[in-house]
Design a protein around this ligand. Structure first.
Ligand SMILES: C[S@@+](CC[C@H](N)C(=O)[O-])C[C@H]1O[C@@H](n2cnc3c(N)ncnc32)[C@H](O)[C@@H]1O
Length: 273
């Protein structure tokens, strides 16, 4: 019997088909995206084994991270359900890209040293789908291999709207408050982002455990720096950028602060046989 490929929300595909993702984290993009980029790179460079490794970047988008990982000497394959992203990533030197879904990977068992899930978990709104994506990551990892998954924190929208003063509008406030209940961020025509799940930090480690991955650390990406006016602008000054990154590093795994960051990285391992 052939299995039907998992379905994607039409709203998610339409959102990314607009072609705005590639610029989001790059030089010249919005400040919050640049802080996310520098910090994600900073954490991944410390977590990944020395190059060359075989990396599968699942939900890798247009290849913003795949690009520097390939430049660092890793062998990078990218999978994404958005045709435009696959086309953009395919043009990057050292990166191969193909269409696919985190819940049903085409890769053979135990074929990668590292699997990145920097996107799929926050677009899979059902727990069963997130577990399926984590189980697929585990399946394609070699024993002892590393998985790193990004989630958007449960409290990110409330923080973001408050900082931008949009929380004072009752319509926005009601939506941000509703997300606090179960993490469900539905699609709104005039809303922000698209269909998503905003996770509590301990929810992610519980899902890793249920997918038989050994959780191996959590890292707040932007820390509290993204909530401070001006900090992101300091990233243009290389010296100040290093200072901001070092400050974020000091508190990145402090349990009482994990939920304050916009994004969270959770690392895990497939147990050695
Ligand atoms: C915000 S982008 C992040 C892209 C990149 N990984 C990064 O960190 O900048 C989220 C990505 O997840 C992808 N995605 C959403 N649902 C997915 C799924 N079920 N399987 C694989 N990728 C998915 C989207 O197509 C999109 O490229």
């Amino acid at each position: 019997m052939t299995e039907t490929p998992p379905r994607m929300h039409a709203e998610i595909l339409a959102y990314y088909a607009r072609g705005e993702e590639d610029a989001r984290l790059r030089e010249g993009g919005a400040p919050a995206g640049r802080l996310e980029f520098w910090r994600t790179q900073d954490v991944l460079r410390r977590l990944l084994p020395a190059a060359p490794t075989r990396v599968l970047d699942v939900g890798g988008g247009s290849g913003v991270h795949a690009e520097w990982l390939a430049q660092d000497g890793h062998g990078v394959e990218l999978v994404d359900p958005v045709p435009l992203h696959v086309e953009q990533a395919s043009r990057l030197p050292g990166v191969t890209a193909r269409l696919g879904d985190a819940r049903e990977l085409a890769a053979p068992d135990a074929s990668y040293d590292v699997v990145l899930l920097l996107g799929p978990l926050y677009h899979l709104t059902e727990r069963a789908d997130r577990l399926r994506a984590l189980a697929e990551a585990r399946r394609v990892l070699r024993p002892g291999g590393l998985v790193v998954a990004a989630t958007i924190n449960r409290y990110a929208q409330l923080h973001d709207l408050l900082r931008e003063e949009r929380y004072f509008t009752s319509e926005h406030r009601e939506r941000a408050d509703a997300v606090l209940v179960d993490g469900r961020h539905p699609y709104h025509d005039e809303g922000f982002f698209t269909v998503a799940h905003f996770a509590a930090p301990d929810e992610v480690t519980a899902e890793f455990t249920d997918a038989r991955l050994t959780a191996a650390g959590q890292y707040g990406v932007e820390g509290v720096a993204w909530l401070m006016g001006g900090v992101e602008d300091w990233l243009d000054d290389p010296e100040r950028r290093e200072t901001v990154l070092a400050a974020c590093r000091h508190i990145e795994s402090e349990p009482t602060l994990l939920g304050t960051s916009g994004h969270l990285l959770t690392a895990g391992r497939r147990r050695s046989a």
